[in-house]
Design a protein around this ligand. Sequence first.
Ligand code: AMP
Ligand code: ZN
Length: 308
Amino acid sequence: MTLRAPARQPLEGAALRAGLVRDGLLVETGVPGLVARTAAYEAVVSGIDHLVTEAFAHLAPGYLHFPPVLARTAFRRTGYLESFPDLMGSVHVFVGGDEEHRELLRRSGGDERWEEVLEPSQVVLVPAACHALYPLLAGRLPAGGAAYEVRADCFRHEPSDDPARLQSFRMHEVVVLGSPAQAEAHRAAGVELAVGLLEPLGLDVAVVPANDPFFGRAGKVLARGQRDEGLKVEVVTTITSGRSTAVASGNCHRDHFGSTFAIEQYDGSTAHSACVGFGVDRVSLALVSVHGTDLSGWPAGVRALLGL
Ligand code: AMP
Ligand code: ZN
């Protein structure tokens, strides 16, 4: 069955956001990039999650659904703080006694820096679902490498008025670890699978070379290197007018996580890894942008694919 995207023009960000709220898909919290999702919206996300699981089932991946927080020690080793300090989020907790409690309440009641009474906890917020996986894989992989399907609520400190740029969003990734060739083949095949999954939903997508938003002056060099070496590609579509947005990404990490977390191939050499990550909230928003906020009016084929 071929489905053609209807000739609906993408809305401005503010208009799309207003429609999502007005028509009962999302509830705004007052914090940019932080939304509560209704059952109708979640039905779409579940449908997308299911399609991702199905598309990669031939890899027989292990499945891990991570909590939204990650061990601070593991996070420190991923290199995220070196590359994206501006996006991270850290969890602080209260461990004081009565006196510190009074001080905490006094400060938090006013506009004082009450976080100075808090202590860093053992955890930070997960910035990417696959980052929670690598720390668990120290040791030798099975012959033939390993595949994992991972999901997590991710946090990135990038407050924005763009309804597709959230601070808290879901990522559903498929990760392969093994030889350089296995990792590269997974990225290539996985991006094709992503396109094959998204197009029948009526999304007009393109695969483009990309780079991560590395921080600072040194980051410019890293971003250029990543792009020149073709390590990141994005599957992009138009969610809001005048802007192309990544709904999925394919990343080759080379041996970065393998060497950091002592993950070995079966022959003892350092494992390479690659991930294909779906921003399931963005896919959901892209579908609303194309088909409208009334899910009952979506094309029957799309509804069937999503199990709506
Ligand atoms: P990345 O690790 O940046 O390649 O992110 C993987 C996928 O997560 C992207 O392709 C997006 O679909 C999604 N994503 C990244 N950042 C955000 C965000 N701020 N809000 C919603 N989705 C995001
Ligand atoms: Zn990843």
